[in-house]
Design a protein around this ligand. Structure first.
Ligand code: ADP
Ligand code: NA
Length: 330
C-alpha cells in the first residue's frame, strides 16, 4: 500500500531554528520519512505576510533549508523545496480564496491575535488570507495527513472545510486531510520563564536556545536556566516547571527516558543536571552546525538540491492545479 502523504512547512523568519522548533516539530519531520511520503517546504510566501528585507529573507530561506538538511531531512526521501519555487501554491490559493467566506476567514483567531498586535492598517491582506494559502499548500499535494500543534488546529479545520466544499460543488478533487497528532512531541519552555513557551518572538535571549548560536553560549544559558528552590531532580510540570523542562529537553536529545534520568540524578543537584545537559546539547548540536556550514559553503549545490525538490513537488502540484482549473471552468 502507498504510504500516507504528509505536507509540512516552516517559515524562514529567523536566523536560526530554536530548540522548540526542533523538538516540537522538526524532529518529527525527520521521523516521518520512515512512515510517510513526505513533502517539506520552507514557506517564504507565508513569511512576506509581514514585511521582510529581501536580502535577509533570501539568506534565511537558504539557512532554513540547510538546517533541515543538517538535522536529517533527506532530499532523496523527501521532497524538500522552497514554496515560492512552486507557483502552484499561489495559483491554488487564489482559487480557494474565492471559495472562502469573508466572515469565515475573519474568524481565524491567529489573524485576530496578530492583527490586534499590529493594528489593522499595518496588517496586510496577506496576513488575513494566510490560512487559505496554508490550505493550498496542503491540498496541492493531496496530503492525507498534516502534523499539527494546538495553534494550527483551526487552520486545518478550514483546509478540510474548503476541500469538502470544493469536492461537493465541483466534484472530487482534493483529499480531505486528517490531523496527524504526534505522540511524543515535546513542548519546550523558555529557560528563563518556564511557564511560557520558548519562542523566537516572545523569549528573551537567555530563554531561547538557538541551533546556530555558539554552542558554548547555549550551554551557558542551560546552566543558568531558572529552576525552583528545591533540590530533587524529578519531573513535576506543575511545581517544578524549570526542572521538568530541562528533563524534557534532555530526554528528547539523548533518547533516555525521564524515569531513567530521574534515577541517574538521584542524590545529585540541579547544577549537575544543567551542566550535563549543556554538554549533551553541545555534543548534539556541533555536528549539526558543521553540516549547516558545509551546505552554506556551497550555495550552488544547495540551490540545486532545492531546485530538484521543487521539480519533484511540481510533478504533484501541477496535476492538482490542472484538475482544479478544469473543474472551475478555466
Ligand atoms: P515561534 O513560536 O518561535 O515563532 P513558529 O511559530 O515559527 O515558532 O513555529 C514553528 C514550529 O515549531 C511549529 O510547528 C511550532 O508548533 C513549533 N514550536 C515553536 N515553538 C515551540 C516550542 N516552544 N515547543 C514546541 N514546539 C514549538
Ligand atoms: Na509563533
Amino acid at each position: 500500500a502507498r504510504r500516507p502523504r504528509v505536507l509540512s512547512g516552516i517559515q524562514p523568519t529567523a536566523d536560526s531554528f530554536h530548540l522548540g522548533n526542533y523538538l516540537g516539530a522538526l524532529r518529527q519531520w525527520v521521523r516521518m520519512q520512515d512512515t510517510h511520503e513526505t513533502f517539506y517546504c520552507v514557506v517564504d510566501l507565508h513569511a512576506i505576510t509581514v514585511e521582510q528585507d529581501p536580502k535577509v529573507l533570501r539568506q534565511r530561506t537558504r539557512v532554513s533549508a540547510a538546517q533541515l538538511l543538517a538535522i536529517g531531512i533527506d532530499p532523496q526521501r523527501s521532497a524538500l523545496f522552497v514554496q515560492s519555487h512552486v507557483p502552484e501554491h499561489a495559483q491554488l490559493s487564489w482559487v480557494l480564496e474565492c471559495q472562502t467566506g469573508f466572515g469565515e476567514a475573519g474568524r481565524m483567531t491567529q489573524f485576530k491575535d496578530k492583527s490586534a498586535k499590529q493594528g489593522s492598517d499595518r496588517s496586510s491582506v496577506g496576513l488575513f488570507t494566510y490560512p487559505i494559502l496554508q490550505a493550498a499548500d496542503i491540498l496541492l499535494y493531496q496530503a492525507d495527513a498534516v502534523p499539527v500543534g494546538e495553534d494550527q488546529r483551526q487552520h486545518l479545520e478550514l483546509t478540510r472545510d474548503l476541500a469538502q466544499r470544493f469536492n461537493n460543488r465541483l466534484g472530487k478533487t482534493f483529499v480531505v486531510p486528517e490531523p496527524y497528532i504526534i505522540k511524543d512531541t515535546a513542548k519546550i519552555y523558555d529557560l528563563q520563564d518556564p511557564t511560557s513557551k520558548m519562542s523566537k518572538s516572545a523569549s528573551t535571549a537567555n530563554g531561547l536556545v538557538e541551533l546556530l548560536e555558539d554552542p558554548k553560549r547555549s550551554a551557558k544559558k542551560i546552566r543558568s536556566a531558572v529552576t525552583d528552590t528545591g533540590r530533587e531532580v524529578v519531573f513535576d510540570a506543575e511545581n517544578k516547571a524549570g526542572v521538568s523542562n530541562l528533563l524534557t529537553i534532555y530526554s528528547a536529545l539523548t533518547e533516555r527516558t525521564i524515569p531513567d534520568l530521574e534515577a541517574a540524578y538521584e542524590g545529585k543537584g540541579y547544577g549537575d543536571l544543567k551542566k550535563d545537559l549543556g554538554e549533551a546539547f553541545v555534543d548534539w548540536v556541533t555536528p549539526i552546525q558543521d553540516r549547516v556550514k558545509s551546505y552554506l559553503d556551497d550555495v550552488t549545490e544547495l540551490d540545486k538540491v532545492l531546485a530538484a525538490g521543487a521539480e519533484r513537488a511540481r510533478e504533484v502540484a501541477s496535476k492538482t492545479l490542472a484538475k482544479t482549473y478544469q473543474r472551475i471552468g478555466f
